[in-house]
Design a protein around this ligand. Structure first.
Ligand code: ATP
Ligand code: MG
Length: 236
């Protein structure tokens, strides 16, 4: 059974979202409106708060490859974590599909599990048919050229191969929305190029993709760009 096009993710302190695309854009797979987030640091009475997100808003539609850029520390990873639900927000609204893939900046993997064990674990978590998922996994291992590491534990993998696994895990359930937080910093040049081919092909097949990017040279690959500056997103 396929997931609903857009599911509500109510955020602490925010207005309750409707949970449905409002009809203005039925192809929309992500809608973020006025998200705020601050982090506290230190202990009372010296406790200070830093407002990282002060009203970030963005949208991604099916079949779009959208960039999220901004200086180090501008809040790009925090915004992605709020979208995924790993961080709560202090306000605002997020509507996202339930079938989403997330590739965090630092791979989230289990050191003692093998590559294959990760795929089996995620297949269960995603509720995938075992037979179908085996075929998808074989394709992803081939696309990213890391078949030979199937039986390796994560602690035995290089940084780039960990990132390949992280990316493959985010893709194995063919998500409607893919969130990529600098997924390629450890990739060699060939893999980097293959990564963009993979992303563009999935975009062309209808996936909505939001990617944190740092390089001006990548802008031409992106359909649109949001710049996160002073806690707010600016289109372009
Ligand atoms: N859990 C946390 N507790 C306290 N402060 C945090 C936490 N997570 C992030 N921050 C702060 O929020 C700000 C934004 O961090 P974030 O990681 O979102 O930036 P970024 O734009 O992804 O940076 P980079 O380009 O370096 O990856 C930083 O000042 C960071 O120190
Ligand atoms: Mg980051």
């Amino acid at each position: 059974m396929s997931a609903p096009a857009t599911a509500a993710v109510p955020i602490a302190g925010s207005a309750t979202s409707t949970g449905a695309a409002d009809g203005a854009d039925s192809r929309r797979v992500l809608r973020v409106v006025g998200v705020r987030k601050s982090f506290g640091r230190g202990v009372w009475p010296w406790r200070r708060h830093r407002d990282v997100l002060k009203g970030a808003s963005l949208e991604v539609s099916a079949g779009e490859l959208v960039g999220l850029v901004g200086e180090n520390g501008s809040g790009k990873s925090t915004l992605m974590q709020v979208i995924v639900g790993l961080e709560s927000s202090d306000g605002g609204e997020v509507q996202r599909p339930s079938r989403l893939g997330y590739c965090p900046q630092t791979p989230m993997l289990w050191e003692k599990l093998t590559v294959d064990e990760h795929f089996r674990l995620y297949a269960r978590a995603y509720g995938l048919d075992e037979h179908a998922s085996q075929a998808t996994v074989a394709d992803l291992l081939g696309e990213l050229h890391f078949e030979r590491y199937r039986s390796y534990r994560v602690e035995q993998l290089s940084g780039g191969t960990r990132q390949k696994l992280n990316l493959a895990l985010a893709l194995m359930h063919n998500p409607e929305l893919l969130l990529l937080d600098e997924p390629y910093s450890g990739f060699d040049w060939e893999t980097y190029l293959r990564f963009w081919e993979m992303s563009e092909r999935r975009r062309d097949e209808g996936m909505g993709i939001l990617i944190v990017s740092h390089f001006l040279s990548e802008r031409e690959r992106l359909d649109r760009v949001y710049t996160l500056t002073d806690g707010e997103t600016v289109a372009g």
